[in-house]
Design a protein around this ligand. Structure first.
Ligand code: AHG
Ligand code: MN
Ligand code: MN
Length: 344
């Protein structure tokens, strides 16, 4: 029998109960986080069992972004919706795999805080057929007007308004990483007890790094500040940075952010002119905002190149945004390069 080495055996449920006792997290939000975590452990099983359950391969349908859906994108979306459906304080949800927002049928809960859930049910799903790392990302907003009929406008809040965000990573182990605005805590799924156990309390991103992540095949489409930054990293010891850099690209934002939380680094999916009508590749409300909240709560930084991602006012739930995030000193350098290019 194997045991995860933890100083104390703190499950996600006991961690959340403690947060409620100390009045750091409202009880309704805890029920929602518990339901999302349950969904994530079910998605982990669905990913693991895809080949046996007829859930591998394409669904032969497209999502609102015109991307081919995998069967597991659809299955994961259904699992998440099913898991949170009975949470009383949840008033609505938005997903990468739903064309428009869904209002949940619950009656107004009479004064208690109420929430909206935004999520990417399966991130990095191009990694599925290669048995690579995938994940789920979620963000929670409070409903602005308690009792009001919820519609898409209520979801259009900047990331600074998030009350909670997190992700699950389905890798060699399944982990659940969470912030409620009091730092970032990581939980590892223990299949023996079928629970998430606190293994990575109060994660901190080193402010300095020599590792960057970007899809280099898009280089010809990038704007000059990003070209300059990557050119200088690649030049290594003999270039202006006078040090060698390493590069990683997993094509799963969850995996890139997780690596950055574990050992630092900078991740870029910048604005480019490959699809000039889009602001970038990644989606603001259910990818960039939750990851920015986590990164900033762990001492890192997150920007579009112009402004903090979490200050972008969303115009619709599926909008895209340029993303630069990770170790503080490198993100500050990238911001400086953007400022210098704008001033030139
Ligand atoms: P999704 O699988 O939810 O569509 O998201 C994939 C995203 C992100 O996780 C990753 O960083 C990026 O797309 C990879 O894009 P490229 O294929 O252009 O590298
Ligand atoms: Mn995604
Ligand atoms: Mn996805």
């Amino acid at each position: 029998m194997t045991h995860i080495a933890t100083t104390e055996h703190i499950t996600l449920s006991s961690f959340l109960a403690g947060a409620a006792r100390e009045e750091r997290v409202p009880a309704g939000l805890i029920a929602l986080i518990d339901a999302v975590a349950d969904a994530c452990s079910s998605i982990a099983t669905a990913v693991e069992r895809g080949a046996f359950d007829g859930a591998s391969g394409n669904a032969h349908s497209e999502n609102v972004h015109g991307e081919a859906q995998k069967k597991l994108d659809v299955v994961s979306n259904d699992i998440m919706i099913g898991a949170v459906g009975s949470v009383r304080c949840l008033r609505g949800l938005a997903s990468e795999e739903l064309d428009s927002v869904q209002v949940t049928g619950h009656e107004h809960s009479g004064g208690a805080a109420e929430y909206l859930l935004l999520f990417d049910p399966l991130d990095g799903s191009s990694n599925l057929e290669i048995n690579g790392v995938v994940g789920s990302i979620f963000s929670v907003l409070a409903t602005p007007a308690s009792g009001a009929v919820v519609d898409e406008r209520h979801f259009l809040q900047p990331g600074v308004k998030q009350v909670c965000a997190g992700y699950a990573i389905y890798g060699a182990t399944t982990m659940f990483v969470l912030t409620t605005g009091h730092g970032v805590d990581g939980f590892t799924f223990d299949s023996e007890s079928a629970s998430f156990v606190l293994t990575h309390p109060q994660l901190q991103i080193p402010e300095d790094t020599r590792e960057f992540a970007i899809n280099m095949s898009n280089e010809r489409y990038w704007e000059e500040p990003v070209r300059r930054y990557v050119r200088e990293c690649v030049a290594g010891e003999s270039g202006p940075r006078q040090t060698n850099f390493n590069m990683r690209w997993i094509a799963s934002m969850v995996a890139e952010v997780h690596r950055i939380l574990m050992r630092g680094g900078v991740f870029l999916y910048p604005r480019d002119n490959k699809h000039p009508q889009l602001a970038g590749r990644l989606r603001l409300t259910y990818e960039a905002n939750p990851m920015s909240f986590i990164v900033e709560q762990a001492g890192g930084m997150s920007t579009t190149g112009q402004i903090p991602i979490m200050e972008v006012q969303p115009e619709h739930v599926h909008q895209r945004v340029p993303v630069i995030l990770g170790s503080k000193l490198e993100v500050e350098r990238l911001l400086r390069y953007h400022d210098e290019a704008a001033a030139a």
